[in-house]
Design a protein. Structure first.
Ligand code: HEC
Length: 278
């Protein structure tokens, strides 16, 4: 094969690989952005597959580049020697300079591969909560676990996961109807439901928690320390009627506190259950 034909083929390959990289890069950025791997396909390939194709095309470009350099080596040596005013007889130096250049390049690539390998770190916070509710950042308060002991003082060693953290799904945000209401209902509903509404407070009325024109707020989102509801259930208001009936066990207090400090999320209620009318 003639040298010029070979060079043309190599240039053509280089162009193909390069355009392929641009195209797959576009795919990874626009049609299949990060986070779509599990949910979307393009021409029956996932984002992950496209990323692999992108990477292999990149390696292809690199290989072609090396081939290109090798084929033009004599020209490069002559040009560089003349530019630097080195020996008049560059012919003798081809092999040596070629080897040195290859070694330096391999060294740089090897160092890069090594550095990237050792620099990978586990993410401390999982990247993507399953359902993104932007309103309430996830708080990882210990009380999230309903199985935690009722007495917080018993020294329970907190179990630290040894498995990689990115496999642990992010705890969903604490939500009133799903998490808080069921706990309060058993303790408070008999006096604060639609039937009996002591002190004008109902468990199922949002405005009773967050205040309205007539009532002061019982819950100040993200500020459990100043939220009156918390001091009531902690028994810090002994003067109020039925004060004893208002005390909650520590784990329920913890849950309330965590809910308030995470922003007191209150979403649409699912279908009401029978127990609302005791
Ligand atoms: C035995 C009935 C009874 C139970 C059970 C009960 N309460 Fe009450 N609650 C009352 C009465 C009576 C008042 C009126 C107190 C007052 O006005 O001094 C009241 C008042 C309140 C108020 C209004 C306080 C204020 O300052 O406006 C809140 C909030 C409240 N209760 C929350 C709760 C919560 C939360 C629970 C469950 C942990 C609960 N209650 C359980 C009887 C009860």
């Amino acid at each position: 094969m003639k040298r010029t034909t070979l060079n043309q083929i190599i240039d053509l390959l280089a162009a193909v690989f390069f355009l392929g990289m641009i195209a797959t890069g576009y795919i990874l950025y626009f049609p299949l952005p990060p986070g779509t791997n599990k949910s979307h396909l393009l021409w029956s390939l996932t984002r992950h597959r496209w990323g692999e194709i992108h990477a292999w095309l990149g390696l292809g470009v690199l290989a072609i580049l090396f081939l290109h350099l090798a084929l033009h080596w004599s020209w490069i040596v002559v040009a560089v020697s003349q530019r630097l005013g080195l020996t008049r007889d560059p012919q003798a130096k081809h092999l040596k300079s070629g080897i040195i250049t290859a070694l330096v390049l391999l060294g740089i690539l090897g160092a890069f591969a090594w550095i990237t390998q050792v620099s990978v770190k586990e993410q401390t916070t999982p990247c993507c909560p399953p359902k993104q509710r932007r309103k309430a950042p996830i708080s990882t308060t210990p009380s999230r676990h309903p199985s935690s002991p009722a007495t917080p003082h018993t020294a329970q060693p907190r179990i630290q996961p040894t498995i990689p953290t990115q496999r642990v799904p992010a705890a969903p945000p604490i939500e009133y109807w799903k998490d808080v209401y069921p706990r309060l209902a058993s303790a408070c509903l008999r006096c604060h439901g639609p039937n009996k509404t002591r002190g004008g407070f109902r468990l199922d009325r949002r405005e009773d928690y967050f205040g309205s024109n007539e009532n002061a707020a019982l819950v100040l989102p993200r500020n459990s320390a100043q939220s009156p509801l918390l001091s009531i259930v902690k028994g810090e208001r002994p003067s109020m009627a039925a004060a004893e009936a208002h005390k909650l066990p520590p784990r329920d207090i913890d849950l309330l506190r965590a809910w308030i400090d995470a922003g007191a999320l209150w979403s649409q209620r699912a279908a009401p259950k029978k127990q609302d009318a005791p």
